[in-house]
Design a protein. Structure first.
Length: 378
């Protein structure tokens, strides 16, 4: 079984175009321990992708400190980043609503304002961190939800998603990838000895999650992992990150174009599944377009048509597309019989002219010589 997994590991499952992303990481020791940004960069390189990155990660820094930190502000303004990652002090988003409302939400707003003033093209991405291994003992008595790892993790999940949706930002669900890993194999220690900071396993899982969140591509198949991690463990962590992010892009508010449709021959009903977008344009492949969220479209002729949904965000600086090809077949005999077909008169089954009533059979006479027997139900 292990040999089978190793063979699969080096076979790419999908082929994607190469990408280049420029990302600023704002946080503290949770980001700089094990050099998380460089881990993400190394994973990206194995797929031919490029991550250019910088960081502002003073120890213990929270959102309020960063919002007034001249180095952080300078780095935000130094160039037009694709993403600015925002990581809070490990406890602050999980604390009581009163504390968070007073001390955290205003600081988040200030940071978002600074980013938007720098460029409307930048996408903020919140770094959802993990709960401490045994919960937050120091804040357990005044705020019981953080007494356990699971309780603290749930508070972090709620708050980071709130930050993301309030500010039309993305969220990298690192904490939820950790939760999944712990549920699968609690013997794999993602924590360092202080039961708070990440071990190399925890940082690698975080890096896989960030790669997937930023590039929207699976890390499965990457040939990079730290020397202290074996290949099977690396593959499992890649799989957890991929499943956590890609199965729930809408949940994490990651910008993405996606749709489904229901086809009834020439009539198509579309459902837009895109997330974190400002506007969309549908191209139905027959020369017609629409900006409706959930459009319906009727094709006038037969053929194969490629539907393209294009989503825009951040002042149209970021664009994503999703496509599907459909086949429409309209029988020519049906088109000929229904062309210019006009109702002449209606009779009951005894041949008397009358207006149809519901639930009774009537004969319908048309100008092309056809007669139909119908029962109206509505």
């Amino acid at each position: 079984m292990k040999k089978f997994l190793l063979v699969l590991f080096f076979i790419p499952l999908f082929v994607y175009s190469q990408q280049k992303k420029e990302v600023l990481f704002i946080g503290n020791s949770y980001t700089y321990v094990n050099d998380l940004p460089t881990l993400v960069e190394q994973i990206a390189l194995t797929f031919g992708d490029t991550l250019i990155h910088d960081s502002s990660t003073p120890g213990g820094a929270n959102f309020s400190m960063h919002s007034a930190n001249s180095q952080t502000i300078s780095k935000i303004n130094q160039q037009q980043w694709d993403y600015v990652v925002l990581q809070a002090q490990s406890q602050e988003p999980s604390l009581s609503p009163g504390y968070v409302n007073t001390n955290v939400y205003p600081a988040v707003q200030t940071l978002i304002d600074i980013i938007e003033q720098s460029s409307l093209c930048i996408e903020p991405m919140f770094f959802m961190t993990w709960g401490r291994k045994y919960g937050d003992a120091g804040n357990c008595v005044p705020w019981p939800p953080v007494c356990t790892y699971l309780g603290m993790q749930e508070q972090l999940r709620l708050r980071y998603l709130d930050f993301a949706f309030i500010h039309n930002a993305s969220c990298a669900p690192v904490g939820m990838a950790w939760k999944q890993s712990i549920a699968q194999d609690s013997a794999l220690n993602l924590f360092s000895p202080d039961n708070s900071h990440p071990s190399i396993y925890g940082s690698y899982l975080a890096a896989c999650t960030f790669y997937t969140s930023i590039f929207k591509k699976s890390p499965i198949g990457s040939s990079f992992w730290p020397n202290s991690i074996d290949s099977i463990t690396a593959y499992n962590l890649q799989q957890i990150a991929s499943n956590t992010v890609l199965d729930s892009l809408t949940v994490w508010n990651i910008f993405n174009a996606d749709f489904t449709f229901v086809q009834n021959n020439d009539s198509i009903s579309f459902s837009n599944l895109s997330s974190n977008f400002d506007s969309i344009v549908w191209n139905f492949g027959d020369g017609n377009t629409s900006t409706s969220i959930h459009p319906n479209h009727i094709y006038s002729g037969s053929g194969n048509f490629t539907i393209t949904l294009t989503a825009y965000t951040n002042s149209a600086c970021q664009i994503d597309t999703s496509t599907a090809t459909i086949s429409v077949s309209i029988p020519s005999a049906i088109k000929e019989n229904t062309k210019d077909k006009i109702l002449i008169r209606t009779t009951d089954i005894q041949g008397r002219n009358c207006m149809p009533l519901k639930f009774f059979p009537y004969l319908y006479f048309y100008n092309d010589g056809t007669v139909e027997k119908k029962v109206t139900l509505e």
